[in-house]
Design a protein around this ligand. Sequence first.
Ligand code: AMP
Ligand code: MG
Length: 405
Amino acid sequence: MIPLSEAREYVIGSVSPRATATVPVAESVGAVLAEDVHAVEDIPPFANTAMDGFAVQADDTIGAEDNPVTLKIAGTIAAGAAGDIEVKQGSAVRIMTGAPIPPGADAVVMVERTKANDDGTEVVVDLEVPVGNHLRPAGDDVKVGDLVFSAGAEITPGHLGVLLSLGRTEVSVISKPVVGVVSTGDELVVGPQKLEPGQIRDSNRGTILALLAEAGFETVDLGLVPDDEAAIEEVMRRGATECDAVVTSGGVSMGDFDYVKAVLKRIADMRWMQVAIRPAKPLAFGTLDGTPVFGLPGNPVSSMVSFALFALPSLRKMSGFAHIDGPRVEAVADEAMARRPDGKTHFARVVWRYEDGAYRFTSAGGQGSHQLSAMADANGLALILDGDGLAVGDRCEMMVTGPQG
Ligand code: AMP
Ligand code: MG
């Protein structure tokens, strides 16, 4: 067995960030920016009002709280209008949120502190406002020439909004890998038909495809292949051609019919590892014609844990992310979790909540590597180091895999 850190260094160290690509901005969310973005114009592009109300000269409102002032209404400016009605001393312009501040005005009085007469010619203001009141200057958010985002930033919906505000239609990103997923095993079937003796249903392929989609990767479903060397070789070659990375489940451990192992040994450049963790001890990683291949174990919990520890951080590194792992926190066991010494770190499926200033967890249920229901209920993986386990109140590291339970 090799330590988890060594296996991770090997696998993650074997992949590198991919080339850049120019994509439509709407498709860039979730990718890493590959260019510095400078503002080519101000946001907002012109001074505008933050409130519905009246554009005025602030001086005209002095003392308005005690002696309301009457101003002549010179016109109305809606959002989208050019707004070239001048505001002179003693006059006001009715103005809607987002409309340009008209020339001559230096403040806005919100509509709630005004009362227009019935024929709309005059307005009474009962609030004294300072210069600049409710006025958003041009460039208040971003100034022309500013470095808005640096290469390396992850593009979020908020970043997309700024890019759209700047009129960008395309942006340069690190292209994300398209990931193929294949499951292997003669015992596996797909669909609702009655199971024959010895058969189980293929759950891993769907789960891994969903994990990839959740992490923002485009996927290719390479299907289910039987324990047959020719079929496995064909699907692996197809995956290496059509995809930028391939994830397999099953057939990488020590069994007599682990044909994935037999095939990849022959056609790919692979390393076979026994990692000192439970679940997910067996792991294969290597390249087939330069395409990374992640050989995850077949047990459903093992394949998910292995995905989280090896495949996902590697794929995130290929995508250019600076942070490739999810959050890890210190957490307190609210329940004893016994184990036996076996030289491995156990990743226990737990349910955590944040209470009294600490992350506190209990077991999510059955801890066998085939017991997927506890993995489904879990929102964390507690790292129980080699030894006899945790007593109530013991602390350990925990991977946060979902929101508070
Ligand atoms: P293997 O890694 O092929 O030795 O499989 C280990 C265990 O995982 C066996 O019990 C398999 O039946 C099970 N298994 C393998 N692939 C899948 C899959 N795609 N879905 C559900 N269980 C699987
Ligand atoms: Mg198998």
